[in-house]
Design a binder for this molecule. Structure first.
Ligand SMILES: Nc1ncnc2c1ncn2[C@@H]1O[C@H](COP(=O)(O)OP(=O)(O)O)[C@@H](O)[C@H]1O
Ligand SMILES: [Mg+2]
Length: 230
C-alpha cells in the first residue's frame, strides 16, 4: 500500500511558518523586507503587547493590484525572480515567496494594498491560512499588513513566546538593523500607541548611525566607502 502523500497547501504553509516565523520579530523582519523591496520611503511598524496582539506594517511603496494581492498569498509566489538566471542576480531581500503565506497561516491576517495606477485598493482577510474576504477599499498608495493573534492556531509556538518586553526588544533590534542599513528610508516603531523609535530619512548614513547609537558615538565613527556588484 502506498504511504506517501502530498500535503495539503494549508498544512505545508503551516510547516513553512515553523521555519520562517519564530516570533513576532520574524514577522516584522519579513514584512519590513517586503516594504523595502517595494521601494518604500516611509515604513511604519505598529505593535501591541510586544506583537502578540497586533503587528501592523504600513508602507508607501509600489503596492499590488488585486490579482497580485491574491497571488502573494500563494506559496512560492514572488515578483522578485522569474527564472533560474534570476537566482544569480538577486537584488532584493526576498525571493522565495514564502513569507506572506507562512505568516497568514498562523495568524489573523489582513492585507490592504493599492498601486498608483488604481483609484481603489484591495483588502484581503485571511484567518489561519483561509481567505475569508476579498473586497475593494479606499486606501493610500502602498501596502498595510496587519497580523493579529500570532500563533493562535499553533499552541506550541504561542507558548514559546517570551514576555512583552523581550518580544518588543527583539522587534526594536530588528528595526534598528534595517534603519542602520537604510538611512534613505524613514522608519517608525509604535508600541501600544506610543512612538518608541522615529528615524527620519537622511542622506548621510553617519547621521542615521548617530540617531540610533547616540550622538556621542559620532566622533568615533569612521566613514568607509566601497562599491561592488550591486
Ligand atoms: N509591502 C509590499 N509591497 C508590495 N508588494 C509586496 C509587499 N509585500 C509582498 N509583496 C509582493 O508579494 C510577493 C510575496 O511576498 P513574500 O511572501 O514575502 O515573498 P518574497 O519576498 O520572497 O517574494 C512579493 O514578491 C511581492 O511581489
Ligand atoms: Mg518577502
Amino acid at each position: 500500500m502506498p504511504s506517501i502523500r502530498i500535503l495539503p497547501e494549508h498544512l505545508s504553509n503551516k510547516i513553512a511558518a515553523g521555519e520562517v516565523v519564530e516570533r513576532p520579530a520574524s514577522v516584522v523582519k519579513e514584512l519590513v523586507e517586503n516594504a523595502i523591496d517595494a521601494k518604500s520611503s516611509t515604513i511604519t511598524v505598529e505593535i501591541e503587547n510586544g506583537g502578540r496582539s497586533l503587528i501592523r506594517v504600513s508602507d508607501d511603496g509600489t503596492g499590488m493590484d488585486p490579482d497580485d494581492a491574491l497571488l502573494c498569498l500563494e506559496r512560492h509566489a514572488t515578483s522578485k525572480i522569474a527564472d533560474e538566471s534570476g537566482l544569480f542576480s538577486i537584488r532584493t531581500l526576498g525571493f522565495r515567496g514564502e513569507a506572506i503565506p507562512s505568516i497568514a497561516s498562523v495568524s489573523e491576517f489582513v492585507i490592504t494594498t493599492r498601486t498608483k495606477d488604481s483609484d481603489n485598493g484591495t483588502t484581503i482577510v485571511v484567518s489561519g491560512g483561509t481567505i475569508k474576504d476579498v473586497r475593494e477599499t479606499g486606501a493610500p498608495i502602498g501596502t498595510t499588513v496587519e497580523v493579529r493573534r500570532l500563533f493562535f492556531n499553533t499552541p506550541a509556538r504561542r507558548k514559546f513566546m517570551k514576555s512583552v518586553s523581550t518580544e518588543t526588544a527583539h522587534i526594536a533590534d530588528t528595526m534598528t538593523a534595517f534603519a542602520l542599513c537604510r538611512s534613505d528610508i524613514h522608519f517608525k516603531l509604535i508600541h501600544n500607541g506610543k512612538t518608541v523609535k522615529n528615524w527620519p530619512r537622511t542622506k548621510n548614513p553617519l547621521e542615521r548611525a548617530a540617531d540610533i547609537l547616540g550622538q556621542n558615538t559620532k566622533g568615533g565613527l569612521i566613514p568607509v566607502a566601497h562599491e561592488e556588484g550591486h
